[in-house]
Design a protein around this ligand. Structure first.
Ligand code: GLA
Length: 752
């Protein structure tokens, strides 16, 4: 009895002590309880992220990079001072932090300060993916933040996101809310990112970061990747982007709306990278008891240059990041550049016949098939009215789709469900569904307006477009989902006074629609188009099988755009079409062989009127299509090795190698011709097994025209048709002759 009483008293004492400890006030200030310092390690096969929890409860990042032994990091003294070692793991405005915040809030009393303290962490594992959640609390405001780190060991990829939970009893406003922060230490930081415009997407730029803040941002609401991309490469300690050497970090944000990447180099030369939703016009309200989950930020570290960083992202994407990743998608004929808006059922059936005879696998009916009151005969009417145009296609879609199936082809069809033309029945019926600002002109672009996807009724409509188009024929296998303008002068009649929610809820609305589509149509192939290149991000790719890389189908321009795309996105998503010359976008003229050799880097397609091909060209197309079918599994599932860069170089090459290193495809191009290059151009092949022998066979030979008119019938490499070791091929001895502008050569390598 005495012992029981003693135990009771001891427990009571302990409880009171701990309560007092957590409620310690000094000069009226609440001092959060001390915590036991500890190290939290998030690891992949070759990289480590090390977080340290300090006695005062702050959580710092000590390291993200090469694999380390975490126990040694426990020995690092965490001395006083603004930072001590490392930098805040998720810097919040408040406390002693004065830099660019990952988190910034305004509380109901108007205050802006947040101080996050460690209250616990846990790691769980599911299907090989380890998820570490670090729980943080602001003791004053009751704001809770979970930092979530998902580690994909084999792919060397770490995903970060946060859950922000308002556990207080008053609403708060989120002003900045990044998906993750990473800090690096080096003497030099080379940032590589992309810029662009319509038909010129994914142009690569590199720059050395100076002190202060560098921000990459997009504010277009949709078409969020037409002018840039929420992805970057960061090379440490160098002024040059190397494919094979040095420390490179890659990051990509999985978000299909406004995004922001920031790079802040502080006085001590530390660089903090933040990635997340752009806070532009998005002061997001969070009611009491409500939470907000930021999108995923995808990070990878390579100590073998940019090539390995890209390969890590690609492998992760094929396995986790892309809908249907790793599956081989069909070679298609798309009607757009071959027919535009001018076609009849006959035109389409004839194109299907031609596609079948060229060995293609799918026919896609692009824009122009819908609208009756306002027929879609140009881009100035009918978006929103998704009924088959009875005058143009009186037999309906099923007739055409079934015809394609009867010829052994799949069938696809184009929609642009988020948009509406002013000249449409939909705009007449639902003017309140259009994104608009009261009393102001609703600007058109491509004579169209954007529908307000933050409105659940519009979400139902957009889902209904997909759903009802699918009902046009059981033979529809593929949907091309377009989105051809950005949002301007934003405003949602549905959101009333809460316009700050618009940009975020538009994207969330889009994802809700895609969730419903994927639940009902799990096996339909869906392409994310958006004027080409306008919505290439890992937020969309969770639902889409591929992207339309660019509206610019010029082979020469495509070399650069596909190079830029390849920095962050895998070949399996990269739709690449052979079109006619002069190219409809650039007026450039390149040989048919060159166009094939470039389009064969991704998911091959044709986008031209086959009727205009000569019989020699048709025979050549047949050969190229047949050869592509033999090696495309390596394109879709292999690892990419870029053999340099097309920028500033006369010659460029790249290759894919199967994961087991038994097969490879090598692509080589002449992009600028300045001399009689009688000697071969040495390319050092990568990724091969040095000790295995590979039989090298050039593809796409035949009667294709070269710029000088000579048919390319003989291989341009002296070693063609024979077997060579991986080490020999890596030595520079592989040196095809590329004797004129737009010469190109593709080789398949098979291990013996
Ligand atoms: C966009 C797409 C094109 C084509 C047209 C149709 O520009 O990117 O591929 O579908 O729309 O209007």
């Amino acid at each position: 009895m005495k012992r029981l009483l003693l135990l009771f008293l001891t427990v009571l004492l302990a409880l009171t002590a701990s309560a007092q400890k957590s409620k310690k006030f000094v000069h009226g200030t609440l001092i959060p309880p001390a915590v036991e310092p500890r190290i939290i390690a998030v690891e992949t096969t070759s990289s480590s992220l090390i977080l340290s929890v300090r006695e005062n409860g702050s959580v710092f990042q000590l390291h993200f990079g090469t694999k380390v032994n975490e126990t040694e990091f426990a020995a690092i003294p965490s001395y006083a001072g603004r930072y001590g070692n490392g930098a805040p793991a998720y810097p919040a405005t408040g406390g002693r932090f004065l830099g660019e915040p990952a988190l910034h809030l305004r509380y109901a009393d108007g205050m802006h300060n947040t101080e996050l303290h460690y209250i616990g962490h846990e790691t769980t594992e599911a299907a090989g993916v380890k998820t570490t959640t670090v729980r943080l609390l602001d003791y004053v405001t009751k704001l809770r933040v979970d930092l979530v780190y998902e580690a994909y060991p084999e792919e060397d990829v770490i995903l970060t996101h946060t859950r922000i939970y308002n556990a207080g009893d008053k609403p708060v406003t989120l002003l900045s809310y990044a998906s993750g922060a990473m800090t690096f230490t080096s003497d030099r930081y080379l940032l590589t990112h992309v810029n662009g415009s319509w038909a010129q997407e994914m142009q690569v730029e590199s720059e050395l970061l100076t002190h202060h803040l560098k921000v990459l941002e997009d504010r277009r609401g949709v078409q969020n990747t037409q002018l840039g991309n929420p992805a970057f490469l960061l090379s440490l300690g160098t002024s040059e982007l190397s494919e094979t050497e040095g420390e490179v970090i890659a990051g990509a944000l999985a978000w299909s709306g406004n995004w922001r990447l920031s790079f802040e180099r502080d006085a001590e030369n530390r660089l903090t990278v933040l990635g997340g939703i752009s806070p532009f016009a998005s002061e997001y309200p969070l009611k009491a008891d409500a939470s907000f989950r930021t999108p995923d930020m995808i990070w990878t570290y390579s100590d073998k240059g940019a090539g390995q960083a890209s390969r890590n992202l690609h492998r992760w994407a094929r396995r986790y990041g892309v809908y249907g990743g790793g599956e081989v998608n069909p070679i298609l004929l798309n009607s757009w550049e071959g027919a535009y808006f001018t076609f009849t059922t006959e035109t389409l059936l004839r194109m299907i016949d031609d596609a079948a005879s060229m060995g293609l696998e799918m026919f896609v009916l692009d824009d122009g098939w819908f609208g009756n009151k306002y027929p879609r005969n140009s881009d100035n009417a009918a978006l929103g009215d998704w009924q088959v145009n009875a005058a143009k296609l009186p037999e309906g879609i099923d007739h055409i789709a079934q015809y394609a199936h009867s010829k052994g082809l799949k069938f696809g069809i184009w929609i642009e469900p988020e948009m509406v033309n002013p000249k449409s029945e939909l705009a007449e019926k639902h003017p309140e569904w259009v994104v608009q600002s009261p009393g102001r002109e609703i600007y058109t672009e491509r004579t169209q307006w954007v529908l307000d996807l933050s409105n659940p009724a519009v979400q139902d409509f957009v889902f209904g477009v997909f759903d009802s188009v699918m009902q046009l024929s059981p033979a529809i296998d593929y949907i091309k989902w377009d989105c051809n303008r950005p949002i301007e002068s934003f405003g949602s009649p549905y959101l009333g006074a809460e316009q700050d929610r618009f940009y975020i809820e538009y994207v969330q609305g889009f994802y809700k629609v895609m969730e419903r589509i994927r639940a009902k149509y799990p096996s339909v192939l869906v392409q994310c188009c958006s004027s080409g290149g306008g919505r290439v991000d890992y937020g969309s790719l969770k639902y889409f099988n591929e992207v339309w890389t660019s509206d610019d189908t010029d082979g020469f321009e495509r070399v650069f755009m596909q190079y830029g795309t390849s920095l962050f996105y895998p070949a399996c998503v990269m739709a690449a079409h052979v079109s006619t010359v002069p190219n409809h976008q650039s007026r450039n003229v390149t040989p048919l062989k060159f166009r094939f050799d470039v389009a064969a880097q991704g998911r091959l397609g044709l986008e031209l009127q086959p009727r205009y091909l000569s019989s020699e060209e048709l025979a050549y197309v047949n050969r190229c299509v047949a050869s592509y079918k033999e090696f495309r599994d390596v394109v879709f599932n292999g690892d990419l090795y870029r053999l340099g860069t097309p920028y500033g170089n006369d010659f460029y090459g790249m290759m894919y190698v199967s994961e087991d290193k038994s097969r490879a495809v090598v692509y080589t191009y002449c992009l600028r011709f300045r001399q009689l290059a009688c000697d071969g151009v040495p390319f050092r092949l990568q990724g091969l097994d040095p000790d295995r022998k590979y039989r090298v066979v050039e593809q796409n030979l035949g009667d294709a025209d070269r710029p000088d008119g000579a048919p390319v019938t003989a291989s341009c490499w002296w070693g063609n048709g024979r077997s060579w070791s991986g080490s020999f091929l890596a030595s520079g001895a592989f040196n095809p002759i590329l004797p004129s502008l737009y010469s190109s050569a593709v080789f398949v390598l098979e291990a013996e």
